[in-house]
Design a binder for this molecule. Sequence first.
Ligand SMILES: [Zn+2]
Length: 217
Amino acid sequence: MKSVIFIAPPAAGKGTQSSILMENYGYTHISTGDMLREEISNNTSLGVKANEIMAKGGLVDDEIIIGMVENKLNSVKGKPFILDGFPRTLNQAKALDSLLAKLNIEDIKVIYIDLDLETALKRTLGRVTCTKCGASFNLNNPDCMPKVKGICDNCQGELVVREDDNEESFRNRFETFINNTKPIVDYYKEHNNLAIIEPNNDKMVVATMIKDILNCE
Ligand SMILES: [Zn+2]
């Protein structure tokens, strides 16, 4: 099974697909946000550095992030993993390539879910989220509707529309994502390591495409 770098615009279902890979095939989910919190709470040298920078209102630089990714990749060695939310810039993508070469990790594929703005918008405007457990449902997709209107299937919590799920803020988020990500997508395309997935409202159809690309069994 190949490890995967997931790149997908908001509302593409990346979280859902990551969960499927974790539950069905034992993938480890690596997100830079989680890593950062972990290093800080464990008081590692990288965590202490990152904490100092953030306390001053600064952004944690690539060197620290790459160091954290290296620690994490060393800890999951041999097992397939999902890199989520990283790389975010072309420089990070190049640094990641060097790191993977250094760690002898070759079995890795970049998957881009090519969701267009209008489809993403339709999904987002139909989305409702549970105030208790965070599960999300979608009123614009028959497969993802809650069984009872306004009530979470999992925990009976209340379902609400997220504040940032309005059209204007979503269009901004989406466009920012596309602009920031395009150089990275082009970079992986040039290096022949990119698989592009067409979106589908049935998450299991997408899951099957991903499974085939990653040789999951
Ligand atoms: Zn819930």
